[in-house]
Design a protein around this ligand. Structure first.
Ligand code: FE2
Ligand code: FE2
Length: 283
């Protein structure tokens, strides 16, 4: 199969009025946060908590993958965006660590699970090339951008989150939207090919589902819910059933497999900017 690469001149670009800048939020979580802060539903709450447990180590992996190649980019504007990406991901790690520490305080094995992931990612680093690591980053950045769309544009989901926790997810979603093409553009510029990025997406998707499910099971075990088929069935239907929170994202997810895909072919910057304005008082 012959693969056509877009030249940088033809490539869609991030809107100029959407800066990529890190923001320290200093979120605090305390006893006022309900135990099941996502719609009073243990399955959904532990699903998002499991994702939160992946972020600090996962985002460090993304940062390292991008950093490895950044000196190949001469354009100062692109270098600024890469610095913004690294700064934003570092802040996400920090804020999610705060949330994960809150889980630990509530008796969930957050530290242990983060340690497990640290070891698994170290192994992944040893077994892959830097370009494969960047391809995995591009794939997972697409998934986070799609999940960000869910958080910012689907109020039936967002409104079910307790407001103290919602700000963390909305803020993260804004920044994932702002920097959604940084790793993508870098991957194209260093000669990343279609087959590698699609293979990375298939592997990353399976690993993400596998790891999230394992972590979610560990969290539910703590509440004595890991063997409650009804709780699982209801939750799985909510995520993957008809118009489920994740099944409705299938078209956006699948757009990645188009050879001519680019994250900014869909300009959702107005939504990100509107949410940034709403959260700006917290920054
Ligand atoms: Fe992030
Ligand atoms: Fe990201």
């Amino acid at each position: 199969m012959s693969i056509m690469f877009q030249t940088p001149a033809k490539r869609p670009r991030k809107p100029a009025d959407l800066p990529i800048e890190p923001h320290r939020m200093d979120f605090r979580f305390d006893g006022q946060v309900p135990r099941y802060w996502f719609g009073n539903d243990p399955f959904l709450t532990h699903f998002l908590s499991a994702l939160s447990l992946l972020f600090p180590e996962g985002e460090r992996f993304f940062v390292d993958a991008v950093r490895h190649f950044r000196d190949r980019i001469a354009d100062p504007e692109r270098q600024r965006d890469i610095s913004g990406f690294i700064g934003q991901e570092a802040m996400h790690s920090l804020e999610h660590r705060t949330f994960n520490a809150f889980l630990e305080q509530n008796g969930y094995p957050a530290d242990k699970l983060e340690g497990v992931l640290r070891q698994e990612l170290q192994k992944a680093r040893e077994e892959t090339t830097p370009l494969q690591q960047l391809a995995i980053t591009v794939a997972l950045e697409h998934i986070t951008a799609v999940l960000a769309e869910l958080m910012l544009e689907h109020e039936d989901v967002r409104d079910r989150l307790d407001e103290r926790v919602r700000d963390l997810w909305v803020w993260h979603a804004i920044e994932e939207t702002e920097h959604k093409a940084v790793a993508w553009d870098l991957y194209q510029d260093v000669g990343g090919d279609y087959t590698t990025r699609v293979t990375a997406m298939l592997k990353a998707t399976l690993l993400l589902i596998y790891t999230t499910t394992r972590f979610q099971t560990a969290l539910m075990q703590r509440d004595g819910l890991s063997r409650k088929p009804l709780v699982w069935a209801k939750g799985i239907w909510r995520l993957w059933g008809y118009k489920g929170y994740l099944s409705r994202l299938a078209p956006a997810y699948l757009s990645y497999f188009r050879p001519d895909f680019h994250p900014w072919k869909i300009d959702n910057s107005p939504v990100a900017k509107a949410w940034r304005r709403r959260l700006s008082s917290l920054a």
